[in-house]
Write a protein of this length. Structure first.
Length: 199
């Protein structure tokens, strides 16, 4: 006998799988690598490079301790709003599945980074350039650092290019959760902008 999952249950399952993938990757990196350690995956242009992000996505910082509390709180509010919005769209019944999948990608990505901020400071010791993190504590609730690891230094701009000469084309280090948010947002913008414009 086949069990048919409701649309909401399928989206919850998708979101859960994405968050689990994100957390497994982060925990493996945090508990097996020192800060700044890297592994080459595909030549020089794709590396696993362990860095910790104190603030926003792609390594950007935001206003010290108070800024971190504000940013974590904002992420939590955004997550709740996105969940409510998806629920409302499901109840409408006439929303393209792609819209719901795109929003679920964004929501799962937001939640993946929320977990780091809320919990990592409480359950892991601090990662350093000499030591790998173990179970312990390095920061209070909501002050955990986000683990980043994907690095794509595809090329270096020629020196003659104004403002960019000598710089790496794409310098930020990011994680799977950031990728979910970015892919979800680009997918919605490219393929479902008419739905949002009409709505």
């Amino acid at each position: 006998m086949k069990v048919r999952l409701s649309q909401g249950a399928r989206l919850i399952l998708l979101g859960t799988v994405l968050v689990l993938i994100d957390q497994i990757i982060k925990i493996l990196v945090k508990t097996n690598m020192t800060l700044g350690q890297s592994y080459s995956v595909l030549g020089d242009w794709f590396q696993i490079l362990f860095v910790e992000n104190k603030g926003m996505a792609f390594g950007m910082a935001f206003g010290g301790v108070l800024g971190k509390y504000a940013l974590t709180f904002f992420r939590m509010v955004l997550f709740v709003v996105l969940c409510w919005w998806i629920y409302r769209l499901i109840k409408r019944g006439n929303v393209p599945a792609g819209v719901l999948i795109g929003l679920t990608l964004i929501t799962a990505g937001a939640f993946g980074n929320i977990v780091d901020c809320l919990c990592y400071g409480l359950i892991f010791s601090e990662s350093t350039y000499e030591t790998v993190a173990t179970l312990g504590s390095y920061a209070p609730f909501m002050q955990g650092k986000v683990v980043d690891m994907f690095y794509f230094p595809l090329w270096t701009w020629p020196d003659w290019v104004p403002w960019l000469g000598g710089r790496i084309f794409f310098e930020p280090v990011f994680n799977f959760a950031d990728s979910c948010v970015t892919v979800g947002a680009i997918y919605l913008a490219l393929f479902h902008w008419k739905f949002f414009a009409k709505d």
